[in-house]
Design a protein around this ligand. Structure first.
Ligand SMILES: [Zn+2]
Length: 614
């Protein structure tokens, strides 16, 4: 089945940090990597929403009973981040940039900006909520696949960053809290993984076109919503690399398809009502087991409990399958109880668990060929909790896909993170007065909109005759302005300058060499004077190659001297002498001037000498 037959719907939520001071105080938006100046400790309380119902995701976090530790720095954390002082008036520069982005995305700008409070359930905001305001409505972007609607563009405050998570506490750092963040939400108009990548690239280009967004790891984050037909929606968080977007979506479509197949098969096999919570103490079956994990648990006086899974045989998956329901069960158990692993019958016998032990379990549970089981080892209470989690998840498998928030992994797969937060989590922020947006302000921003990277790419192709590939690279690079400066300053081939600023830059960065504009300026000046060849650019930037007060004239003078000193040899060998001469010249000039240039001048001087001698 292709994506379209399945009616796949994909939407983005893109978060981009702005390169200004913080949104509700005057602190700098810098991240700091050293020991904090101070810490504060809080315990999260579950928040009653206005409807009086406790957000289910908040409740789940609360049940984990975590303590939250916040690390702060005097230079970029004030009483606002600590929630000890009300927010200041919103940062007008950040509002202007958000309006600029909304206009570039063809949105209508609101007349009045109203900040709202959005409940935050994971402790990443000291106050327990995040402030957010709609800036633009009903925007869209065009891609070669068609139009993708952007219903809202919001300006909000960034959350604190998670430093580490321990058993019963989470450590956050307050340096990131309050950095202005633009949130761009698309409609689920995207139909394929390839289109999704195109949309992410386009929106990323629009953001970078402003020149006013933060760069580097974590400064832009894309969450992807993926659903099949009318089935519930899955939110995938934390896709870092753009290249991973199609991979993650493909995996998620396959996973959701697999859940639909399991649903169909399960309902064919048994009636959901007959799927009961049935647990067994298996400790005695394993009293002489060779399975190290179970052995260790028994030595610690823990128990081994098993859950009968009626109708699930073959549906949990073999270890070699990339997508397997057994892995999902293990993820649920890990997130909800902290227990690291479970065993299930589709993967047994293995891990030291013998066929006899498996058969003993099947007899004890009275399993048919269609039934499966799960084993967990822990203290009695936690083991039971884990099996309750497995049971609940398996029960939901009869209904197919369930909505949830998943985390993107580096290998393009996804893992269960938490339930999808329920709606109705917003209420007005009374500490911040509404901000009127005048028509004049919008028009002024509209008149000064930047050149879009898209347009820049086209301009580079026609103006500088760059290939599309190179034009894209340099137009998207942080050096694009510098590139244009260099081209207008020196008589250099644009494609060589573009190559040096993109491909060479990337190559050197992989070697942990960071080249700045000053260093580039040096190399372009030498190139312009003919003191270095284009091939020598990478080595020069590596510092392996020094041009030390040697001018072409100096070199030419010395070469003609060397030819004269070796005139007997040259007269005999004629032009063939160039090889030997090259060695002699390079002995003197190696590392000081580019070999290609030495050869060129030697060739000229040698020809001159031989012609004159005739
Ligand atoms: Zn502050």
């Amino acid at each position: 089945m292709s994506g379209n037959d399945l009616n796949v719907k994909i939407g983005f939520e893109i978060h981009q940090q702005l390169n200004t001071r913080k949104l509700f105080c005057n602190c700098k938006s810098t991240l700091i990597n050293r020991d904090p100046d101070f810490i504060i400790v809080r315990k999260l309380k579950p928040v009653q929403s206005e409807l009086g119902e406790i957000d289910r995701a908040a409740l789940q976090e609360y049940l984990k009973g975590k303590t939250y530790v916040y690390e702060g720095f005097y230079e970029n954390t004030c009483l606002v981040e600590l929630d000890e002082e009300p927010p200041h008036l919103p940062n007008q520069e950040a509002i202007d940039i958000a309006i600029e982005i909304a206009l570039l995305l063809n949105a209508t700008i609101v007349d009045e900006i109203h900040f709202m409070r959005k409940i935050v359930i994971d402790g990443s905001n000291v106050s327990g909520f995040q402030r957010t305001a709609i800036i633009g409505l009903n925007g869209y972007i065009e891609t070669e696949y068609g139009k993708v609607r952007i219903p809202t563009i919001c300006l909000e405050e960034e959350a604190a960053r998670k430093i580490r998570e321990e058993k019963d506490r989470i450590v956050y750092r307050l340096d990131r809290l309050g950095i202005p963040l633009v949130e761009i939400s698309t409609s689920p108009d995207i139909k394929s993984p390839e289109e999704a990548l195109e949309v992410a690239l386009k929106i990323g280009d629009v953001l970078r076109s402003t020149g006013k967004v933060r760069k580097g790891i974590g400064s832009i984050r894309q969450d992807i919503n993926i659903s099949i037909g009318d089935n519930p929606r899955i939110e995938v968080k934390g896709v870092q690399e753009l290249e991973l977007i199609p991979e993650v979506i493909k995996y998620e479509i396959e996973r959701q398809k697999h859940l639909l197949e399991i649903k169909e098969e399960l309902n064919k096999r048994i009636d959901k009502k007959s799927f009961k919570f049935e647990i067994y103490d298996l400790s005695s079956i394993f009293k002489n087991t060779k399975c190290k994990i179970l052995r260790k648990a028994l030595n610690k006086k823990e128990v081994i409990l098993g859950l009968k899974l009626k109708g699930f045989a073959g549906l949990l998956g073999k270890p070699k399958d990339k997508i397997r329901f057994g892995k999902e069960l293990a993820e649920y158990v890990r997130v909800r109880t902290g227990i690291k692993g479970i065993f299930h019958s589709d993967e047994l016998p293995a891990y030291g668990i013998s066929e006899e032990e498996v058969n003993a379990i099947r007899n004890l549970m009275n399993l048919s060929n269609l039934d499966a089981f799960v084993i967990v080892a822990s203290d009695n209470k936690r083991a039971r909790e884990a099996l309750e989690v497995v049971y609940e998840r398996c029960l939901k498998a009869f209904d197919g896909i369930i909505e949830e928030t998943r985390a993107a992994n580096e290998d393009g797969t996804t893992s269960y993170m938490r339930p999808l937060p329920t709606a109705a989590r917003m209420y007005p922020e009374t500490d911040i007065p509404p901000v009127k947006v005048s028509k004049e302000r919008i028009e002024w921003i509209r008149k000064n909109l930047p050149e879009l990277i898209d347009q820049r790419i086209k301009r580079y192709m026609s103006q500088y005759k760059l290939s599309e590939e190179l034009a894209k690279k340099v137009a998207r690079s942080e050096f694009f302005k510098f590139f244009e400066e260099i081209i207008s300053k020196y008589k250099l081939q644009p494609k060589i300058v573009a190559w040096a600023l993109t491909d060479v830059y990337k190559e050197l960065r992989r070697e942990n060499i960071l080249v700045d504009e000053k260093k580039y300026e040096e190399v372009f000046e030498l190139l312009n004077k003919g003191l270095i060849s284009k091939e020598a650019i990478p080595d020069y930037l590596r510092g392996k190659f020094k041009v030390e007060h040697v001018t072409v004239d100096d070199l030419r003078k010395r070469i003609s001297e060397i030819i004269y000193e070796r005139r007997d040899y040259v007269n005999k060998q004629r032009f063939k002498a160039i090889k030997g001469l090259m060695g002699i010249v390079m002995k003197e000039f190696r590392g000081k001037i580019d070999g290609k240039i030495v050869y060129k001048i030697l060739e000229e001087e040698l020809k001159k000498y031989l012609n004159e001698g005739r």
